[in-house]
Design a protein around this ligand. Structure first.
Ligand code: IMP
Ligand code: MG
Length: 337
């Protein structure tokens, strides 16, 4: 197990790489005292499964899976108050969630605009109001958490709390959302989300400086998926994606995801843009069904092992976590090796 104070987890493709599952596992295994969410806002949907129960979060950190973890939301994130209150209730997380005083607030008009504008539909946004809210934020007209009475019990100086935790040697998990190529700056503009979402941006969202980060885990799925518009290199037909078992349904919008094979060039660029120190590879069992539920490297087939060493050789970063099924514990953890 890493003894480093802050670990940042980000997506290496277009979101939906399986960050939720990886984070839930890390939280249960490493027992961090604090997890903090960066990223855009409720346009993200993270899923994890424990003992056959499937959980979905859009506002809370996925570390909610570990009951003793304090859960913070950074100043750079956008909060949909209704979604947050629902999740607080679902997870009975009232006493362990804090929102930064300066977190942005999505309002009805943002959601309405995002769902109705021709531009949003051209981009294929999630309709969550995130883009219009971030536009208002850039214009400095957006309301922030300290303006909202219902958030009063949950307000905190989140960046201060995390920096204090890091200073006292506590283990902090920093959760990114979306994926590298949805970044407003480094992605496939204009078919991107409304903020940068690379590791540096996630740190900025939560208020920690680059010297306080020791590990950056970039999560890749064993194939690439994308929802919404924008180029997807090597995109398969819907039928072919279905035949391979790669046809997925988006968590937030219920849309079908487009699919393509693992893209080594994009992955190498994601490693560069995020200064990845480790790779988590998810859904290996979809490419290699014989690996389903494998929990040790030696249980993997030769083909699966070659796929992994091929990734390591081409990207020059170790694959330290390998997802082999839906359950949080369907994972091979090689961090000690
Ligand atoms: P927006 O972030 O809702 O404005 O959507 C902009 C683009 O990013 C669209 O292509 C969305 O499908 C995509 N997107 C935003 N958030 C996520 C996510 O969490 N997973 C996958 N795609 C996302
Ligand atoms: Mg998702």
């Amino acid at each position: 197990m890493s003894s480093m104070p802050a670990t940042v987890i980000v997506g290496g493709f277009f979101g939906d790489e399986g960050k939720g599952k990886i984070i839930a596992y890390l939280a249960l295994k490493d027992k961090p005292s604090i997890a903090v969410r960066g990223g855009v806002g409720p346009n993200a949907g993270h899923t994890f499964t424990i003992n056959g129960n499937r959980y979905k979060v859009r506002m809370l950190p996925s570390a909610v899976a570990y009951p003793s973890c304090r859960l913070l939301i950074g100043a750079g994130v956008l909060v949909d108050v209704d979604v947050l209150l629902e999740e607080l209730k679902e997870f009975n997380a009232y006493s362990r969630v804090k929102v930064d005083n300066q977190t942005g607030i999505i309002e009805d008009r943002h959601r309405r605009e995002d769902k109705s504008s021709a531009h949003s539909s051209m981009i294929g946004t999630t309709g969550s109001g995130s883009g219009p809210a971030n536009a208002d934020r850039a214009n400095r007209t957006l309301r922030i958490a300290r303006d909202i009475d219902t958030l009063e019990p949950y307000l905190d100086d989140v960046s201060y709390s995390i920096n204090m935790a890091i200073r006292t040697g506590e283990h902090v998990l920093v959760e990114g959302t979306q994926g590298t190529f949805l970044s407003l700056y480094h992605g496939t503009y204009p078919y991107v989300t409304s903020k940068d979402v690379t590791a540096s941006a996630i740190c900025s969202d939560v208020g920690i400086g680059p010297k306080n980060v020791d590990d950056v885990i970039v999560v890749f799925k064993s194939y690439v998926t994308r929802v919404g518009s924008g180029h997807l290199e090597g995109e398969l037909s819907r039928d072919e994606a279905a035949r391979r078992g790669w046809l997925e349904i988006a968590t937030v919008t219920g849309r079908e995801r487009r699919a393509a094979p693992f893209n080594y060039d994009l992955a190498a660029r994601a490693v560069m843009l995020n200064s990845a120190t480790q790779i988590a590879l998810t859904k290996l069992d979809i490419l290699f069904p014989e690996c389903k539920h494998a929990r040790s490297y030696s249980d993997l087939s030769r083909e699966a092992r070659e796929f992994i060493t091929g990734i390591e050789d081409r990207l020059n970063v170790k694959v330290t976590l390998i997802g082999t099924g839906e359950d949080t514990y369907d994972i091979i953890d090689l961090r000690d090796q």
